[in-house]
Design a binder for this molecule. Sequence first.
Ligand code: FVH
Length: 317
Amino acid sequence: MPTPRVPSNLGASALTTMFSKLEELTPAMSDTQHTPVTVLGLGAMGQALALALVKGGRPTTVWNRTPGKDATLVAAGATSAVTVTDAIGHNGPIIAVLLDHASVHATLDPVADRLSGRQLINLTSTAPEEARELAAWAAAHRIGYLDGGIMAIPAMIGQPGASILYSGSSALFDEHRETLELLAAADYFGTDAGLASMYDFALLSNMYAMFTGFLHGAAMLRSTGIPASAFAERAVPWGTAMAQLIPEYARVIDSGDYTDPFQPLDFHKPAVDAIVRASRDAGVALDIVTPIKNLIDRQIADGNGPLAFERTVEELA
Ligand code: FVH
């Protein structure tokens, strides 16, 4: 390809004009680092996100329903807005980090008309149907909408290990990806605004099952005088080792073939029955283990005992 040549009769001022026009035409790479952002909601998470944006050099405007939560942020360089109307008066995407679905509507409904043509990134935890409802509400008001599920606690924001799952407008995600990466690793799952939330809650289900399992085991061991810290020393490596089996569980589930089990439901029944007996003998409530026993018993009663334990997903789905 021939090297483009600058016409020799161009003067310095013409060149300056040419380069500034070029910059106007290619704003994405450089301007994203100066993208102003508004954060609505300064709870523990909103403050962490806003601080990461300020540290990342984004001109950041913050608002909270109850005054007095912005001192650290203002000291760090954020601009504080007294009203939502003032906050959204600043350019750039608007990040909502509020308590729940209802609080997003309570905050944004009164200013919906002013948001026309703007971009909303909702990082409030909402159920998938609530995220879809918000996406439809946003579309009706000509607002770009991206939904996010935060897989982190506030202290993890801006640190390795934090991630935020996104779905909704791909254009919005692409345009602001660099800014979103200041908060946490950013992954996009598709245009269905409910998808990020579905992933979020699926992962949280996994987490709650793990933690409640730990609590149940800690209660069992406490009956013999063993402290939770001693149990934790065993639970972490055991849990880590068992987690390695998850991809194989997934392979079996996705194949839909449960007829060649590593360990069938019939194998798991005596183990879970023994856990129930041991728990009862230790005086530990059965709230955590009874649902597992019921799932196994029901499938065995239906004649599925020889099938893989992974078949349980069919019972649940
Ligand atoms: N904190 C965490 O570890 C989790 C991690 C995973 C994701 N969650 C979700 O993030 C959303 C915000 O969580 P947060 O930790 O900031 O929550 P709070 O500290 O409780 O702050 C709640 C903010 O919401 C404001 N708010 C509540 N109701 C209303 C309303 N009706 N109108 C306007 N704002 C409202 C509240 O304002 P104020 O009480 O200070 O006036 C806080 O700013 C959340 O969805 C988590 O599930 C965090």
